[in-house]
Design a binder for this molecule. Structure first.
Ligand code: ADP
Length: 174
């Protein structure tokens, strides 16, 4: 199957998505926050946080661009992959490369855990202020690149929350 046919676009609340893994735009504490992170922990319940605490006890917090995996508590997904997006700082601190790493490392962790379907929010484009157009391009490019190199992932869903992101992804994917 070609790469384009494995990519789906939705405007939705990611906590409602049925997939092997949904991705959380976490922060370095890995212990919850605002935006999509807050929504995932609220809807998923305390089991997710419990596993996050164990990870923090073992390895410390999360590093920007990296990803860890936990259960999904009460969510319909099987796993939550928590990745730490970069805070936008005028592009002076390798934010673009770090955002690409979020997508790449999340996809690799999904493959390592036999996940075939994965849903992404628009990492870093909320509280972390990464420009939405640049972030969408990085997300689409990295996902396409990854899918062209492995057949282990069957479906990637970009879950946009706001109209602006949805419009940007629609333009890039169609
Ligand atoms: P970051 O700190 O990485 O910027 P945010 O959670 O503030 O993370 O925002 C990331 C994106 O997630 C934003 O585009 C925001 O609109 C979106 N978002 C917020 N809540 C949800 C949700 N329930 N489902 C999907 N996306 C969401």
């Amino acid at each position: 199957m070609n790469v384009e046919n494995k990519i789906e676009l939705l405007q939705a609340d990611i906590t409602k998505i049925i997939a092997d893994a949904i991705v959380n735009a976490a922060n370095t504490s890995l212990l919850g926050g605002g935006g999509v992170d807050g929504a995932i922990h609220r809807a998923g319940g305390p089991e997710i946080l419990e596993e996050c605490r164990k990870i923090v006890a073992r390895q410390g917090g999360g590093k920007t661009g990296e990803a860890v995996i936990t259960n999904a508590g009460r969510l319909p997904a099987k796993y939550v992959i928590h990745t730490v997006g970069p805070v936008w700082n005028d592009g002076k601190y390798h934010e673009e490369e770090k955002l690409a790493n979020c997508y790449k490392n999340s996809l690799q962790l999904a493959v390592d855990n036999n996940c075939k379907t994965i849903a992404f929010p628009n990492i870093s484009t909320g509280i972390y202020r990464f420009p939405k157009d640049g972030a969408a391009k990085i997300a689409v490019d990295m996902v396409k690149d990854f899918l062209s190199k492995t057949d282990k992932i069957e479906k990637v869903v970009f879950v946009c929350f706001d109209d602006e992101n949805y419009g940007l992804y629609e333009a890039l994917l169609n």
